[in-house]
Ligand binder design. Structure first.
Ligand SMILES: C[S@@+](CC[C@H](N)C(=O)[O-])C[C@H]1O[C@@H](n2cnc3c(N)ncnc32)[C@H](O)[C@@H]1O
Length: 418
């Protein structure tokens, strides 16, 4: 393959059938004087005719492109690889060549179109999924190559799309649940993150008894405080844990609600739910159940819960207002919120708030204290108290040594009443 002096850029996706082909098409169309664009995949799916159609509507002919395998590029000196998959969770390709690798995810049009097709929509509406992603890719390509210049190697950009962000978070926590696996290779797991270190728990006031009373592995060291300390859990209550992880707080709560009460843990990561259920089985908990679901769409009935706890999860949500609205919906009148979370005490700089590692590591998604208060109020909560733990500056600094993150975020205990 002849390689000139332009930037050699490869768009990589799972099948090289749609997104990476559209990206190659747009780049050749708009940036051919600066960029030599290629695309490839890791599986052979063939060129997607709907992608060809919507690109042709936009004046770009990709009909003679063919699906290429990444192996065809092993002798090409690439400058940049942009991985454009987002929710191809199991198959998001890893590129380990010696060049800059950037993950800029776009939603998967065939998957979106299939969802619509299953609902019986017209083909034209399904094509709109392709058109939307086509236009997003065009907007991204227009920013090239400048938008790559200031990024360090192995940078991951957060896509503005909320589902994308949730997928990044889910991928990270599924890796943690699978003990050490990471998603997309190095893309969204920071090996320097202390997440997953159970030794941190004692700093938050969990006692030795707490730690030894739960099944081994339930405490994954993923919390940032101790909601139990403020929850005042009573016998017979129904307690809901948002983002339950391995079930640590659920098992502690289970003892307090007793056999008349019940604890429900919700988590969106299937691997976490499996782990938590295994732990419940090991510990023979009859009053704890784990449900797979998003805290923005709780799989819980209206007015059915006395107390909601959560530990270091809401900061990860791209739709915190929706989480609080859902919390309000499922709580009974006079039901309580007792949350531990990371909050922002100053506006986070863009390079932090756009960094996926920092987001998955529970800092970049932290909302400003005033905004949290507003969201809670707007959802209908009263008696709102946000207790910022000033001494958490130390462990925040230990989480991300040398990053200066402690200037912006703190752990806080948040209580409110429906
Ligand atoms: C930092 S860990 C905390 C786990 C647990 N609360 C603990 O203290 O060990 C975050 C957990 O929240 C889950 N999570 C993140 N965002 C979520 C969302 N939008 N809906 C449901 N679960 C979510 C993740 O899968 C992960 O298990």
């Amino acid at each position: 393959m002849i390689v000139g002096k332009k930037v050699n850029l490869l768009f990589l996706c799972t099948g090289n059938s749609c997104r990476s082909q559209m990206a190659e098409g747009w780049t050749r169309h708009l940036k051919s004087d600066e960029i030599h664009a290629f695309s490839a995949g890791v599986e052979s799916h063939g060129l997607n005719p709907d992608a060809v159609k919507v690109m042709s509507e936009a004046g770009v002919d990709i009909s003679d492109y063919r699906a290429k395998h990444i192996d065809e590029f092993k002798d090409v000196q690439l400058d940049v690889v942009i991985i454009v998959c987002s929710n191809a969770k199991e198959t998001c390709p890893v590129f380990s060549g010696n060049c800059k690798v950037v993950h800029y995810g776009f939603n998967d049009p065939p998957e979106m179109a299939k969802e619509l097709a299953d609902k019986g929509t017209l083909k034209e509406e399904q094509l709109d999924c392709y058109r939307k992603v086509r236009d997003e890719i065009k907007a991204f390509v227009k920013t090239l190559p400048e938008s790559l210049i200031n990024q360090s190697d192995k940078v991951v950009r957060i896509d503005s799309d909320k589902d994308n962000l949730r997928n990044q978070v889910r991928n990270l926590y599924s890796g943690i649940a699978n003990e050490g696996d990471s998603c997309c290779g190095s893309s969204c797991y920071s090996s320097s993150s202390p997440l997953g270190n159970p030794e941190f728990s004692t700093r938050f006031g969990y006692t030795g008894d707490d730690l030894s009373s739960v099944p081994p592995g339930a405490n994954m060291g993923l919390g940032c405080g101790n909601p139990q300390a403020i929850a005042q859990i009573k016998q017979g209550e129904v307690v809901l844990d948002l983002g339950a992880g391995g079930g640590f707080d659920c098992f502690l709560a289970a003892k307090q609600v007793g056999s008349e009460g019940k604890v429900i843990g919700v988590d969106m990561t299937p691997e976490m739910i499996s782990k938590a259920r295994e732990n419940a089985h090991k510990g023979k908990y009859a009053n704890v159940e784990f449900r797979l679901g998003e805290i923005e769409h709780l799989p819980v009935a209206d007015s059915s819960v006395d107390l909601i706890i959560s530990n270091c999860v809401i900061n990860l949500s791209p739709a915190k207002d929706q989480v609080f609205q859902e919390a309000y919906r499922v709580l009974r009148p006079k039901g309580r919120l007792a949350l531990s979370d990371v909050v922002a005490i100053a506006q986070l700089p863009n390079e932090v708030s756009e960094n996926v590692d920092a987001h998955c590591g529970c800092v970049a998604g932290a909302a400003l204290v005033g905004d949290i208060e507003k969201m809670l109020k707007n959802s209908g909560f009263s008696e709102i108290l946000i207790d910022i733990k000033e001494d958490s500056a130390q462990f925040i600094s230990d989480w991300f040594p040398g990053s200066g993150m402690e200037k912006y975020v703190r752990s806080a205990l948040i209580t409110a009443v429906r």
